[in-house]
Design a protein around this ligand. Structure first.
Ligand code: ADP
Length: 257
């Protein structure tokens, strides 16, 4: 299987490899669209391990991860959840946006994230020792301004943690070219727009322009949509619903591309 494309930003590949070797869980911190998921896909491929990704949301519970009984005919049959599967098979489990999940998820992973490396399945009264290759990875977005969910320090301290942010301009333009085959000059202009908007902190945007938005804009441009319209719909509109800010950002894009 070919590795997904991933452009290294710092020392994250090395850090991950050492965490894996030492069986320490890994926490990726950072805003949405900064390459966290892509990085984990790449690392799983590089280490030749199966990757199981769970997009956590406010309803995600320990039962969803560990497993449940289902009724089949007159019998109750136990079905392993994704975490139990990963623990048994020696896969990498990626709990994306872990802080969004219900608190019992944090309790469930407790004994997996220290020297015990065990999963307790209370409904079966079983304790499962993790496969040697098992690794727990989670991501967390510390940046939400409103209604954000924190991760307790005692939970964070169970992980090796690394911050992901927007790559420097040259690398980000390279990523756009690689991901979408867009021409270099346009890629540079899109990155310049992103840098400009990222620096406009006075706009009070909850989240600013991510690499993902730039990739989307590049794709639209590459497939033939006009450059200006592409920046309006792929960069400006997803960022804010404030009519005045939309207008100002559209003007800015029109000037820069
Ligand atoms: P996150 O998980 O942080 O929300 P993703 O991993 O989904 O972000 O990244 C969004 C998109 O941005 C990816 O699909 C990819 O196209 C691009 N991307 C961001 N950073 C990188 C990188 N370092 N190398 C390659 N692609 C990247």
């Amino acid at each position: 299987m070919s590795l997904p494309y991933y452009h290294q930003i710092g020392k994250e590949i090395e850090v991950f490899e050492h965490s894996y070797k030492n069986k320490i869980p890994f926490l990726l911190k950072g805003p949405t669209g900064t390459g966290k998921s892509r990085f984990i896909e790449y690392m799983a491929g590089k280490l030749d391990k199966k990757l199981i990704t769970i997009a956590c949301h406010e309803e995600t519970s320990a039962t969803d991860l560990i497993g449940r009984f289902i009724i089949k005919g007159a019998e109750a049959i136990w079905l392993d959840g994704p975490l139990t599967k990963a623990v048994k098979e020696g896969a990498i489990i990626y709990l994306d946006e872990i802080a969004e999940a219900r608190p019992d998820v944090i309790v469930a992973i407790h004994s997996l994230t220290d020297h015990r490396r065990e999963l307790y399945i209370d409904k079966l009264g079983e304790i499962i020792k993790a496969h040697d290759d098992f690794m727990l990875v989670a991501s967390f977005n510390p940046g939400y301004q409103k209604g954000f969910k924190e991760l307790k320090p005692s939970t964070k301290q169970r992980f090796v943690a690394l911050s992901f942010t927007y790559p420097e301009e040259k690398i980000e333009a390279e990523i756009l070219v690689n991901e979408t085959d867009i021409d270099k000059a346009t890629a540079k202009k899109l990155v310049a727009i992103a840098t400009k908007i990222r620096n406009l902190t006075e706009l009070g945007l909850t989240e600013t322009v991510s690499t993902r938005l730039l990739v989307d804009a590049s794709k639209l441009i590459h497939s033939g949509l006009s450059k200006r319209l592409s920046t309006h719909v792929a960069i400006v509109e997803p960022l804010t619903d404030d009519v005045e800010i939309i207008e100002a950002l559209r003007d800015l894009c029109d000037l820069m591309i």
